[in-house]
Design a protein around this ligand. Sequence first.
Ligand code: HEM
Length: 402
Amino acid sequence: MSQQPNLLSPEVRANPYPLYARLRREAPVCQVEPRGLWLLTRQEEVLYAFKHPELFSSSGLARAMEAAWMGKAHPLASAMSFADPPRHGRLRGLVQQAFTSTALARLEPFIRSVAEPLAADLAERRQADFIPTFALPLASSVVGHLLGLDTFLFRKVKRWAEDVTGIGAVLPSDMERQAQVRGSMEELTAYLEEAIDARRYRPQEDVVSALLEARLEGEALTQQELLGFLFLLLVAGLETTVLLLGNAMRLLRELPEVLARVRSAPERLPRFIEEVLRYEPPVQGAMRVTTMEVELAGVRIPAGALVMPVVASALRDERHVADGERFDMDRQGPSHMAFGHGIHFCLGAPLARLVVRVGLEGLLPHCGRLGGAPEQVVWSRALAMRGPASLPIEVLPAHQLP
Ligand code: HEM
């Protein structure tokens, strides 16, 4: 390959799949722009990286959250997404007790109570940007609820998530932005500590209380670990869910025959959501740092390299997925990697599926047909994410269909 492709170029942002297909054929392990990031695009190498955390580490990523101007350690740096075994196993063992199916079942009525009025409002407007009118308020409410925040704070969740993850992009000279990020972190920490304290004295039937009660070999999460995990829920759960809702809606808008099928048989929604996750995964790839030189597919990756196993490419790998470039909701097959694989497999996968199913169940009765021009989609700018940041839609109610 003569020149390194750039993941941030407008063509790749608009449609990265032709590039992934070319890389699978010509250079399945290679470097791209920005910053000479290494990409793994075939299923074998992606799975190999996920199965070998001793070679492809997550703890090496915590450095991206360090900045002298922060004044103290970032709570996320100690969260399990940035931990390797054995520390990762202990943290995960503790927090997954709060994500049982019973806990999720308790969340469903709340999700429905938020989704239904949002759907009715969207239908009434007829024309709207789907992201700020539906996807974002729904996902922010779910995440705010998980964090134990009061309802009036849900509208702040997006800004907090942006500031908490934006540290690496702040210039050393940009004092104003630094002060803003520090302020956001302090504000969020204070609200979360308040939520934790309230439940220490009066436990409720919610995630924060379950986290406080969780024990592994008699040990509980420390206050710092609990705070780190709540920060992680915010950044891992918000944008991903917004983008999955956006990807699902965009596909329903562009594939009217699929919309008609799920409208007439809503029991097919879970199958539709699985195919959206395969075809257009919101998390295109995970990030890892090599702990030593590693040889993969005949290519040597040096120690300390930033590597992205590209799940979005592996999910279309022609050697494993028949006709993978086609959206086909009748596809049967093994469970896929849109939520990662191995020890870091997404803890929120059942919740994400639930939010999107309940959200679409609220929307579909209002949507006889969906309109909106394909070129009006503005894609998310985050390097490893894919989905609309803006998705104008037009809703034609079912009773007005010819
Ligand atoms: C469509 C929505 C979502 C997608 C596509 C998604 C995807 C992923 C992926 C690919 C990973 C693996 C990252 C890695 O290997 O480094 C991951 C990890 C994780 N996700 Fe999700 N996620 C979604 C929603 C959520 C939600 C709603 C939550 C919780 C509220 C959540 C919590 C987590 C956590 C805590 C981890 C880290 C697990 C660990 O390190 O052991 N995710 N997610």
